[in-house]
Design a protein around this ligand. Structure first.
Ligand SMILES: Cc1ncc(COP(=O)(O)O)c(C=O)c1O
Length: 395
């Protein structure tokens, strides 16, 4: 006899950007030249010193399991990095090395929350947040963001959501955010963190896009008030250009170290060892010099793409302070335009891939598109040329 059904936990939405990427990869295999504006990953390799460190580790290390919490030298290097970057003292013991921040979410939610508890996320927001929350039998509470609240989460927004949905047990947010790139002000971050501390609510601060900012540096939640309910999530995927190395970290309150260690031991044993050795090199000055050039490239790409959209009548774009995305409203082109149709046509006719907003916001996303500008500048140039041609039909 075969079992009759799969679990409800696995019955989550797909990650549309990943579905689009799969389709685009298939089209490319048939020889089509497509500009990848759909997925949030750098087209650059990891920094040279990282590649060398990985080569060296392969030659000289066993590449067995590490301690569940991660290599001591990486946790120490991260502690030093936080002092240099943010001027905060965090002991190496509080760092947990994870298999990308994706595994960090699983560990943190399992350590902090029981089935049925509520986690607030923004809408639009990173789609996997809601999907991971659901798959762990937790309840997502979406807080709507848009032009009306400057695309920024506030304590008032959080309290409004609580009035509607009841006590919220945890808040998960990112600044700079995906899909908007919008950053919270230092004051807003302080207020949210304080509100969580006072209400006994967990505060998960996803800082994965730190380093990728274009006007002011991002503030870590650790800088505005470290407390026993604060968990900082981060990753080597974006700024460090290491998506496929599957390596990230969390900073957890001292009392949470042991529960997370037990979970990691049992769920993942440890994060990928080769990547842990390589990641130590990503935190060195030599790597930073190389990575800073990527930031200049992204800023250049952002300005080109932004100008192209504006010139073609796409005028409502969320403030793109950081990350590598533009989240653009199509209604200024035509109020009846659906982004799924728009993206399908754009791919078919202009060979530019982008992600429909429904991935990020089930309520209002149908009129938005996310364009990623993380690719090389010649690819962005080609995409801009093609977009100019494609968007001309709406004038
Ligand atoms: C906001 C945000 N958080 C987390 C992740 C997951 O990153 P990773 O698991 O590669 O660290 C992503 C990936 O796009 C993201 O945009």
């Amino acid at each position: 006899m075969t079992p009759s059904s799969f679990s409800n936990r696995g019955n989550i939405s797909s990650f549309l950007a990943m579905d689009v990427m799969r389709e685009v990869n298939m089209l490319q295999q048939t020889g089509q030249d497509i500009c990848h504006l759909e997925v949030g990953q750098p087209s650059t390799r990891a920094p040279q010193v990282v590649l060398e460190a990985a080569g060296h580790a392969l030659d000289s290390e066993l590449i067995g399991y590490t301690d569940a919490l991660g290599l001591d030298e990486l946790r120490q290097a991260l502690s030093t990095y936080y002092f240099k970057t943010y001027k905060v003292n965090v002991s190496p013991e509080r760092f947990v090395i994870t298999t990308g921040s994706s595994a960090g979410f699983i560990l943190a939610f399992l350590a902090c929350l029981d089935a049925g508890q509520k986690v607030a996320v923004t809408s639009p927001g990173y789609p996997a947040y809601t999907n991971i929350i659901k798959s762990l039998d937790l309840s997502p509470v979406a807080i709507p963001l848009g032009q009306e609240n400057d695309w920024s989460l506030s304590v008032a927004g959080l309290h409004d959501a609580e009035k509607l949905h009841g006590t919220i047990d945890a808040l998960l947010m990112a600044s700079p955010a995906n899909p908007t790139g919008t950053m919270l002000t230092k004051q807003a971050l302080t207020d949210l963190s304080l509100d969580c501390a006072q209400s006994g609510r967990w505060f998960f601060s996803d800082e994965i896009y730190h380093g990728l900012t274009y006007s002011q540096e991002a503030v870590s939640a650790l800088q505005v008030g470290d407390h026993d309910g604060l968990i900082v999530m981060n990753s080597f995927s974006k700024y460090f250009s290491m998506t496929g190395w599957r390596i990230g970290w969390m900073i957890v309150p001292p009392k949470m170290v042991r529960p997370v260690e037990r979970l990691q031991q049992n769920l993942f044993i440890s994060a990928p060892t080769l990547s842990q050795y390589a990641a130590c090199a990503a935190l060195t000055t030599a790597a930073q010099d190389e990575l800073q050039k990527h930031v200049e490239l992204y800023q250049h790409n952002r300005d080109k793409l932004f100008t192209c959209l504006q010139n073609n009548g796409v005028t409502n774009i969320a403030p793109a302070d950081g990350a590598f995305y533009l989240y653009a409203d199509l209604h200024s082109l035509s109020p009846s335009l659906e982004s799924e149709t728009f993206c399908a046509q754009l791919l078919k006719e202009a060979k530019v891939a982008a992600t429909p907003g429904m991935d990020f916001d089930k309520e209002r996303g149908a009129r938005f598109v996310r364009f990623s500008y993380a690719r090389a500048s010649d690819e962005i140039d080609r995409a801009v040329d093609r977009l100019n041609g494609f968007l001309a039909r709406f004038q």
